[in-house]
Design a protein around this ligand. Structure first.
Ligand code: GDP
Ligand code: ZN
Length: 457
């Protein structure tokens, strides 16, 4: 266990008028006390804030007017003694305060080291620590909510409950091995099968949230396609709620400044192949049907834009063919103009997919379109707020491995292999789940996870 005292600037660089230097470790209070003119910090109560000045003991010079928060172990972020020095000056003074603390016995913290200590001292588990990383990186409100949930331990609690049930099963198997009468064995087998299936279903449910989790974290890969002048750039502008793309009246000459990420009802849409989108008008001609198909296949969502005021063209029909089997929403734009498009043909081609009439000029149909987009990603009748999402790649991999081990256990029971062999698979499932919350994680992995942090966290 580390026992030295670490320090870092805990506020984002260059942001705001207040800088915080965070110090954590057994010498946090004595180190700051040496520099502080004000109350004797070694005697103040825990979780109190004190006004005073920081003085360089070497020169007697006052460095900064500060507020110092003293928090004693174990009710702190790291479970160690923590002192936070609030400076009023900008980054220059804050850096000087940090330097002073470092000169008097603290070591500069590595990125994520505060959170790593919180983990090592048992205040948070690994899944929660990773949620802190997600929180720092979260792109949208909803991604933030997922990270917060995880930090509060919802995923961890679920995993713990699953592991407890596996331990119960392992105990049953132990009894069977100790009392190898036939009926005990039978009971154990049917119990095993039932429980393994229940646990498997729980893991599956968690894995099902992974797709949504990935989308929340990385954005929905979205392709906007349509022939020239149907209103793709205008649609992009409308979704972005700000005029970013340049819209021109001359077909095929639209020079779009592409906004790479837009938010629709809290769902981040990531526009894929922006070069392709810029010239989607030529997408097929430029790269050929085959390649265009491939590009579209990688999209989570395709927005096919058609022109309400013109009959379908050969290009339209080609695009319809390419997108009808994909996750497509059809946007029939320019609905403010008289209809000349064969709407029935379009509806028939996209039997169960949404076809939305819009006008980017009058903004008609935009709400409906946003509803349709949101519905694609909040499917089912579970309110999104009640779901425990799994969005971390490492968690997904471990859940899959746990599920695979469980499948082997189930197959073993069904094939009548000895229960002590089944126990090995169950134990593996138990270990994989444990890795998610860090109970069997290696030191190397832990280091690797915490290196992703910002300084001062
Ligand atoms: P793109 O080439 O598919 O990107 O199409 P643009 O978004 O550049 O739009 C082409 C032209 O159609 C521009 O003059 C737009 O102002 C116009 N336009 C776009 N949407 C609508 C609409 O819903 N109704 C009408 N009347 N004009 C539109
Ligand atoms: Zn355009």
């Amino acid at each position: 266990m580390e026992t030295d005292t670490i320090a870092a600037i805990a506020t984002p660089m260059g942001e705001g008028a207040i800088g915080i230097v965070r110090v954590s470790g057994p010498d946090a209070i004595p180190i700051v006390n040496k520099l502080f003119r004000g109350k004797d910090l070694s005697r103040v109560a825990s979780h109190t804030i004190h006004y005073g000045h920081l003085v360089d003991p070497a020169t007697g010079e006052t460095v900064e007017e500060v507020l110092v928060a003293v928090m004693r172990a174990p009710r702190t972020y790291t479970r160690e003694d923590v002192v936070e020095i609030n400076c009023h000056g900008g980054i220059v003074t804050t850096s000087r305060v940090l330097q002073l603390v470092l000169d008097h016995g603290a070591r500069l913290a590595e990125p994520g080291e505060f959170t790593k200590r919180a983990f090592l001292n048992g205040r948070i588990d690994l899944a929660q620590a990773e949620a802190v990383i997600d929180l720092i990186r979260a792109k949208t409100d909803r991604a933030m909510a997922v990270a917060l949930q995880q930090m509060e331990g919802r995923l961890s609690n679920l995993i713990r409950r699953l592991r407890r049930r596996i331990v119960e099963l392992l105990a049953h198997i132990e009894v069977t091995i100790d009392y190898p009468e036939h009926d005990v064995e039978e009971v154990t087998r049917s119990l095993l099968l039932e429980r393994c299936r229940e646990i498997g279903a729980e893991i599956d449910r968690l894995l099902e949230t992974a797709r949504q989790g990935k989308i929340l974290r990385e954005g929905v890969a979205t392709a906007i396609v349509g022939r020239p002048n149907v209103g793709k750039s205008s649609l992009l502008n409308a979704l972005a709620h700000e005029a970013r793309a340049i819209v021109t009246d001359i077909p095929g000459t639209t020079r779009d400044l592409i906004e790479e990420q837009v938010n629709v009802r809290g769902i981040p849409l990531r526009l894929i192949d922006t070069a392709g989108i810029r010239d989607t008008e030529d997408l097929v001609e430029r790269i050929g049907v085959q390649r265009a198909q491939e590009v579209l296949q990688t999209a989570d969502l395709v927005l096919l834009v058609l022109n309400h005021s013109e009959p379908l063209t050969a290009t339209d029909r080609q695009l319809i063919d390419m997108t009808r089997t994909l996750n497509t929403i059809v946007v029939v734009n320019k609905a403010d103009l008289p209809r000349r498009i064969e709407l029935d043909e379009v509806r028939a081609a996209f039997a169960d997919r949404p076809v939305v009439l819009t006008s980017m000029r009058t903004e008609e149909g935009l709400d409906e379109l946003e509803d349709a987009i949101a519905r694609q990603f909040y499917t089912g009748n579970v309110p999104a707020g009640d779901l425990t999402y799994v969005s971390n790649v490492r968690h997904i991999r471990l859940l899959r491995e746990a599920r695979a081990a469980l499948n082997e256990a189930i197959a073993g029971v069904e094939a009548g292999v000895p229960v002590d062999t089944v126990a090995i698979d169950l134990k593996r499932c138990f270990d994989r789940l444990g890795e998610i919350i860090g109970e069997t994680a290696s030191e190397e992995l832990i280091d690797q996870i915490f290196r992703q942090f910002c300084l001062g966290k």
